[in-house]
Design a protein around this ligand. Structure first.
Ligand code: F6R
Length: 241
């Protein structure tokens, strides 16, 4: 794993966006794996600027989002699809048909997960996967536990994750307790992976990730088996290493 420590969040965002833009320039029809959450917001901002001011085109890019809440329609204000639309898709020239999501409202979950896996495979696999990391070491919604699922699946959110995600919901709204997520195997099949971590709340997770061990109790540790992972973290997230 390669480690890049930036001075602050702004630099982390610029560095990551430049990397993603470089991938798009090298392979305009690349497949990107994308996260939601707070951490990638700055990266999406910079990518939008690169599109608007420097002509970066996503016209041939396909995207595969990591996860979606169970039960939320894509148009629900708190769905991850809506987050992506508001923060990224609406502001760039990506084609609607190239945006791929797990459908949180699917009746047959197994079939939906299989459809998503097949789509990734028939599209040629993910060239570059961008990931955030949970404070507890989750990746996508692969939460700590006795075992991890390899393929896309329905996941139960950890108590800590539900609490952490409450900030995206109105007070009276409940955070869904389940989500559809890419599995650890789906993620590890990506050609290259960027993992982002920002702020002191991620310092423990970053420290754990540096340890020479792999355990489902800390899902991000599985990234250690991948040949091309770059961690881009800011000073605060690097506090404990
Ligand atoms: C989001 C996702 C999650 C987040 C993680 C960190 O699509 O898959 O694993 O990356 O929970 O979230 P933030 O960036 O909000 O701290």
């Amino acid at each position: 794993m390669r480690l890049i420590i930036t001075d602050n969040y702004k630099k982390l965002s610029r560095r990551t966006a430049r990397h993603v833009a470089g991938q798009i320039e090298l392979k305009p029809d690349c497949n990107l794996g994308l996260p939601t959450g707070s951490t990638p917001l700055g990266m999406y901002d910079v990518l939008v600027k690169l599109h608007q001011e420097e002509g970066l085109s996503l016209a041939e890019v396909s995207t595969f989002n990591l996860d979606e809440y169970r039960g939320l329609d894509r148009n629900h204000p708190r769905s991850f699809y809506n987050y992506m639309a508001e923060n990224f898709f609406q502001h760039v020239d990506i084609k609607e048909e190239n945006i791929n999501f797990l459908d949180g409202t699917a009746g047959d979950i197994e079939q939906e997960c299989q459809r998503f896996e097949n789509k990734i495979a028939t599209s040629g696999g993910i060239d570059l996967m961008v990931l955030g990391i949970g404070r507890n070491g989750h990746i996508g919604f692969n939460e700590p536990g006795k075992e991890l699922k390899s393929n896309s699946h329905l996941a139960e959110l950890a108590e800590e994750t539900i609490k952490a995600n409450q900030r995206f919901f109105q007070e009276e709204e409940e955070v869904p307790a389940q989500a559809l997520t890419m599995g650890m195997g789906t993620i590890l099949k990506s050609d290259r992976i960027l993992l982002l971590a920002s702020g002191r709340s991620k310092a423990w997770a970053v420290k754990e990730l540096m340890k020479n061990r792999i355990t489902p109790e800390f899902p991000a540790s599985f990234l250690r088996v991948h040949p091309w992972v770059t961690l881009i973290i800011d000073q605060e997230a690097a506090d404990k290493i």
